[in-house]
Structures are given as structure tokens and as C-alpha cells.
Ligand binder design. Structure first.
Ligand code: AMP
Length: 359
């Protein structure tokens, strides 16, 4: 099949690389020519709101998917009138607005942090009083990697938070004293079957994912079951097709949903080397009508993101178990340039990798 991918970043690149062995080809659509997909497939450059450009793109494809969640919903709906679009555009609608998302999740009987909407400085003050301080104010839309957020420790911080966030509609969330951050990635195919990956334990630096370990260590069966139940309910409710990522806070032996991404996800990159079927392959399988592959772990996998600068690749390649993935992007502060996955690493291998990443 010819798969159309909205977005030409590293996720699009890795989706394409998973699609080729299955006999598919790929065409991208993005607002600029992506560095990550150069040489991987042709890119239609145009505005996501240009229906003529989208129609021309659709003519070349059998199915369309997306690699980022800020594709305008109207564009996804427009394309879905021309050919199948997976995941369903409703998944975009739900995940693009944090209030809509958390309301949707709560309506399924799933726990989230306490939250209140706020669209003015006085509403922000009231919301902080209702939720209680400390709390976090976040823009309802377009937040990523911790951007568009302000921590409010006491009510005197409200004015500065409102100014810092640009006066846009906000969500105020109670500050959760979580013990750790987890994510669950799950896929649903066109046959309605669901496969769930082992949970990932995620650690962030400066709001950007730094290290992920799959399967998350010391995970109780209760938590595993809870995560499976959460993923299954959401996938079924959305009549979802493809891979969905759900970010979770662990509090004691319970989970709260922080947010979800209707796409393949950074915390699942270790599935390429560490699981029987990668998240990218399962996404491609799902949207092309195939059955899902096993999500079982072949190894305990630890992934490090390469952010901002690239290490000396020859030095890294001297670690036999380090699987390196580079995205072809030019270095820039805060930019995700690649990742390295270690399989069944000893403590000393991880220490060695970290020292080589710093040298
Ligand atoms: P988000 O953009 O919602 O994924 O938030 C980015 C990061 O901020 C998360 O990975 C958490 O580390 C932290 N964070 C977000 N929401 C909360 C919350 N309600 N309580 C505590 N920490 C949070």
C-alpha cells in the first residue's frame, strides 16, 4: 500500500522504515521539507489547511496517518472524506485540548489529576483556589515537552503565571506527588484486536524525555492490569486504529492519566530493538489491515534520547549492545536528534554510555 503520513519528522521517518519491509511505500505531507525524511520518501510541502494540496496528496495514497497530534482536525476530517484516515480524527479532537481530553478520560471512569478550566486571570485565581496549591497551569492546546506550563506554588504566583502563559485558555491541575512517570503504549487493529506493550518508566530532564526503561521495573500486577484496562477502554471508546500512547503518573499502587498522544511515541522507541514487534511496525500493521504483532519484550530495554548535540558515533559504537538511531537532523538546543537503546544493560554499561555521551 501507499501510506500517506502527515508530518515529516523523526516519527514519520521511523514509521516509513517499519513500513518498507512489509512491502509498503510512503509519501509525506508537511509544511516544510523535513530533514528526517530526506531520502526516505517524497514530501508534499504545503499548508495543512490547503484542501487542494491535501487532495493532491490523497490521490497518491491508499491510507493516511499522522505522526503528530496537532494536525488540524478539519484537515483530518477533510482527508477522511477522500480515503481512510487512522487513527480516527476524533482521537485528534480529544487529545488536542487538555480539558476535553481529561473530561473524556474521566467519563470512562479513569482517574486524572484534579483540574479546572480558566480563561482569564480572575478565573485562574478561582481555579487555583478550587484545585488547591501547589498546582500547575497549562495551556489547553499546543503544549509539549513541558512548554506552555507554569507552576503555581501559592496564590501570589497567579498574576505571573497568567502573564507567562500568554493569556490563552488554560487548565489548572492539582500538583501530583507521583512516585514515578510511566506510559503505556497500545495498538488496536482494524479487526478490533488490541495489543499492549509492557509499561515504560520515563525520566525527564528540563521537561524533555531523557531515559525510558521497558518493562518498567518493580511493577505490581495491579498496576499492569490497571494500565491495560485504561488503554483498552480508551482504544475501544475511540474505535481506534493504530498505536496510542498514554502518559501516566504512578501514585502508590494507582495510576492517573496525565495525557495521551494518538500516535507513536518517544517513550516507545526502545520497542524497535527490544520488543518482538516495534510500535512503528504495529502502527503500520494496524492501519493497513494486518493483524498486530507480538508486543512481548525480547529484552529489558533502556533508551536514552540524544538531545541538542550528537555524540561521537564511533565512540558510541564501541559499546556492542548500544543500538543507535539518528534522525538526520542538524543539531540545535533542545532538539531530539536520535536515541540509543541498550539491551539488558548492566549498571556499568549504562555508566559507560553516559560517560561517552558526555565526552
Ligand atoms: P505534560 O506536558 O502534561 O506531559 O507535562 C510535562 C511534565 O510536567 C510531566 O511529564 C510531569 O513531569 C510534569 N507534570 C505535568 N502535570 C503535572 C501534575 N498535574 N502534577 C505534577 N507534575 C506534573
Amino acid at each position: 500500500m501507499k501510506i500517506g503520513i502527515l508530518g515529516a519528522g523523526q516519527l514519520g521517518r521511523m514509521l516509513a522504515l517499519a513500513g518498507y519491509p512489509l512491502g509498503h511505500s510512503v509519501v509525506f505531507f508537511d509544511q516544510g521539507a523535513g530533514e528526517s525524511t530526506t531520502g526516505i520518501g517524497t514530501t508534499h510541502v504545503g499548508s495543512f489547511t490547503d484542501q487542494r494540496a491535501l487532495s493532491a496528496f490523497a490521490k497518491e495514497c491508499d491510507v493516511v496517518t499522522y505522526e503528530f497530534e496537532n494536525v488540524p482536525c478539519e484537515s483530518a476530517h477533510f482527508l477522511s472524506g477522500l480515503l481512510p484516515v487512522y487513527p480516527p480524527p476524533r482521537a485528534l479532537e480529544v487529545s488536542q485540548d487538555r480539558i476535553v481530553e481529561k473530561t473524556f478520560v474521566q467519563n470512562l471512569g479513569i482517574a486524572t489529576p484534579r483540574f479546572e478550566p480558566a480563561s482569564s486571570e480572575s478565573e485562574l485565581l478561582e481555579a487555583c483556589k478550587k484545585v488547591g496549591v501547589p498546582c500547575i497551569a497549562k495551556t489547553r492546546r499546543f503544549g509539549y515537552d513541558g512548554k506552555g506550563q507554569a507552576r503555581i506554588s501559592n496564590l501570589e504566583d497567579v498574576h505571573a503565571a497568567w502573564k507567562a502563559l500568554g493569556g490563552t485558555p488554560l487548565i489548572v491541575e492539582g500538583f501530583v506527588q507521583f512516585s514515578r512517570e510511566l506510559s503505556v503504549l497500545a495498538a488496536r487493529d482494524l479487526h478490533g484486536d488490541i495489543a499492549v506493550y509492557p509499561l515504560a518508566h520515563n525520566e525527564h530532564v528540563d521537561g524533555i524525555l531523557h531515559r525510558t526503561e521497558i518493562p518498567a521495573p518493580e511493577l505490581s500486577p495491579t498496576l499492569r492490569q490497571e494500565a491495560h484496562a485504561i488503554a483498552t477502554k480508551i482504544l475501544q471508546e475511540l474505535n481506534y486504529v493504530g498505536v496510542l500512547a498514554i502518559e501516566l503518573f504512578q501514585v502508590g499502587d494507582h495510576l492517573l492519566v496525565n495525557e495521551m498522544a494518538p500516535r507513536v511515541h518517544n517513550s516507545g522507541h526502545a520497542t524497535i530493538d527490544g520488543m518482538v514487534t516495534s510500535q512503528f511496525e504495529n502502527h503500520i500493521r494496524a492501519i493497513t489491515g494486518m493483524h498486530l504483532g507480538s508486543t512481548e519484550a525480547r529484552a529489558r530495554s533502556v533508551m536514552y534520547n540524544l538531545v541538542g548535540t550528537l555524540p561521537d558515533t564511533t565512540t558510541i559504537s564501541a559499546i556492542p549492545d548500544a543500538k543507535m538511531h539518528l534522525y538526520g537532523k542538524s543539531p540545535r538546543a533542545g532538539r531530539k536528534l536520535g536515541h540509543i537503546t541498550l539491551l539488558n544493560p548492566s549498571e556499568s554499561t549504562e555508566i559507560e554510555l553516559k560517560s561517552r555521551l558526555l565526552s
